[in-house]
Design a protein. Sequence first.
Length: 401
Amino acid sequence: MSKRMIAAIVALAVSAGGSSAQEVKVGVVLPYTGVGAEFAQQMDRGLELYLKLNADQVKPYTITLIKRDSKAPNGAEAKVVVQELLTQDKVDAIAGFGYSPDAIASAPTISAGKKLAVITNAGTSFITNLSPDFVRTSFTMWHSGYAMGLAAAKTLHAKTAVVAYTDYPPGKDSLDAFKNAFEANGGKVIDAIPAGGPGAVPDFTPFFQRAKDEKPDVLYVFVPAGDHAVTVVKTYAALGMRADGIKLIGPGDIVQDIKLQGMGDAAVGLVTMLHYYADLDNPQNQRFVAAWKKEYGADSTPDFMAVGAYDGMAAIVHAVQATKGTMDGEDAVKSLLGWTFNSPQGPIMIDPQTRDIVMNEYLSEVVKGPDGKLHEKVLSEIDRVKDECKGQAIGPCAPKK
């Protein structure tokens, strides 16, 4: 048994009527160790919680999760474990990919294996163009970045912006998405600052000082959530940028639910755009959050990564039922084209043309509630948002001819 197998076999659904159920094996590729371990825990729990809450949807099949560690966010280990899952473990589907480089590096192997691969986090837009077997239930950076660019110009009435971004594919996507929408609606990005990589949290002070000196109306920041986000908020506060009239905005990655309380009052007033916050007020999310706290502790909370995995497992279960357990790769993918689901984030759909998610985006502001805790207050909602990079056929987002 490989040392990379975190949990060899986790059977989370039982057969109906006591008879032996058909097993469907799902390979899970996540960064269980290293800088992304906290992200992996969110997604791992999201996958498992869907199966626990929806056992009747799984019957008469048994879903077995075979978990492998993709480690560092550089794609090398992910490619190896995907190969092992497909050729040695003979999995029927793949789920996971915490980082875009992992999904990008694995794409040729996914295509060769001809099995459904559900992306539960990696947000670089063009990934689904790299293999016909990719389906994404998470997001692309264009979903939130483009919507935030539009809101910055139209709702916040900003005229100038500086963008600081983590220098890897999702960061570049977020920059391009925000700039595309902001400048199309009368704004101007006066500087774009590469601000370190995803592997370690940098000192953001020189990047933000440069932005402060340029005196923009807004500072739009993309980082890969986690400790990067906490440092962003604290650096913004330490430099007194709010007092200088510079508003910190970005995708919801910078106010990740599992990090929000640790940001303190420095986070109050931050305006972000994302498809999920734990404070969303709908019946599906109330059930999801309550079940999460019951399962993982009253002080725990799900975030957007957990929801991407929860929805990803819902998609896989749908494909299992639609293919009657055969999970032929082409048929499994086809079964998800146009698939709809009432997610904790709201209604979602898989775009039949791009295999990307279509979902609502929420413009939100961090506020302090009567309970003394930080919360996300939804200011406005944009329904049925598609990936605009593919919509405009920009660069590698354009379909292959």
